[in-house]
Design a protein around this ligand. Sequence first.
Ligand code: ADP
Length: 559
Amino acid sequence: MNQEQRALEPPPRNEVRVVVDSVKDYAIFQLDVDGTVLTWNAGARDIKGYSDEEVIGTSFTRFYTREDQLAGRPWQMLNEAARAGRFEDEGWRVRKDGSRFWADVVISAVRDPGGQLTGFVKITRDLTERRAAEEATRRRARLHAVAAEIGLKALESPRLQQLFVYAAEAVASVLELDVTAVFELRSDDAMVLRAGFGWPEGMIGRASMPGAPFPDHARMPVAFSELADETDPFSVSLSREAGAVSGVVVPILGSTDAAPVYGALAACSRRPRVFDDDAKHFLLEVATLLAAAISRVRVSSALREAEHETIEERVARERAEDALSARDEFISVAAHELRTPLTSLQLKLQALERSLTFAPTEPGKLLPRVNGALRQVARLGNLVERLLDVARLSSQGLEMGFAEVDVGQLVRETADDFREQARAAGSSLTVHVETKASARWDHHRMVQAIANLLSNALKYGAGHPVVVRAWDDGSSCLIEVEDQGIGIPEDAVKRIFARFERAVSSRHYGGLGLGLYVTREIIEAHGGRASLERGRSQGACFRLEVPLRPETATRPQAS
Ligand code: ADP
């Protein structure tokens, strides 16, 4: 036998024994064809816990679980190894003390040179720790996945209640719990059950537990251990109401210093149960996600409020700008209105001066010019009076002086004052007074109110007849001023009584847009009503309806 052939020879039997015996992590057995243990190694002794005497010469089936034995599993494995030469399997095996361990088993058939089966070699490796580690990793991954789903839900769902319900159910399912709860801590220190799983009918949204289990509302998350050991009122009440014996309660932190704790997440079991670190960390993670969602919802509602305020501020600013531009427009219109009679007055005074300087004539010839100048002065005075009225109306309302007046006389005299103007405008002015009533009015103001209507009628209805009517129904007097002028466009009807509102362009007709406003204020100060009766086209007819005996205290609001 040469050197090479020698190396291929199997080592002598006793050398194999030494090697086999020194292997500690594997249980190595030699079995005969019936599965009787012929030899085993030190590793087998350590793993299985039997002594040599107890095992050698007995059947290898004792290492299998009762169920496997009844199912004939050990024999199936030997048969399979005999058939295929080798058989590998993972499963539970039993130690001498009855404890189970997870094993990887390889059984190899041993044959003599003639191919005859002489027995088996069985190698068993204890995988319990590896299996436990794998299981723990799988569970941790599952917990992370559930936490991630809750986080996603927190981002998606704008409503906290929905999120609480989802989280309570997801936690219960992944940790296989009987009861879960999301509590909100109220300002009176009661913990209100907002959402949960496994609670008796009708408790969610209603039940509350006294006090919080967090010492001094600790800001640091604290996981509480077994419920049964807790003596604080919250845990006692929680274990009673939920029928729980074990549990973990984790604070859900608040986002402000004023409210450092929002509430709590509780995970409970009705059987004694130890919550390992993975479970506690998972619950802390979920509580953190809920806290983040709560703070997000609060921030976005604060943002919405701020946005709302900004809109209100913008509306207020726009209103102020509108008021400013209305005022600017008014000032320019007023300036124009004042300039017209002023220019005319100036011209008349200059002509007068010339006459006096160059051709001193009899005073009679100067009279028309003086009269013309006086008219312009009156017009100016009238305008200034109106402006003052509006200023007064804005600040303090109208000063009223009520006294007995003869209604018919008042209407007639007011109209008579416009005869001259009507002639100049080419309009006839007809007055129908069908009342003998006397009223308690502010004479001067009422004249002003009617005059404003007459002045408009002659301005917008120049060249057409104007009619004034007055009658009473016993308690109120009705006065109408009707013209057949340009009328009032439909879209302007609503606003012409407002301050500075005009329905015509200032290029065609002068005016401050104040006459109707002042008229309405005066009539309302008498407890009456000013309205446009007819007049969308083909002229306008304004009506004043004024109580004969207004309540004297009635005054318009300063606007
Ligand atoms: P104004 O000084 O501009 O006439 P008012 O307040 O008296 O101001 O009237 C407001 C607007 O109502 C006028 O600019 C005009 O467009 C319209 N209006 C008033 N009276 C008449 C009328 N009799 N016929 C047609 N339009 C009128």
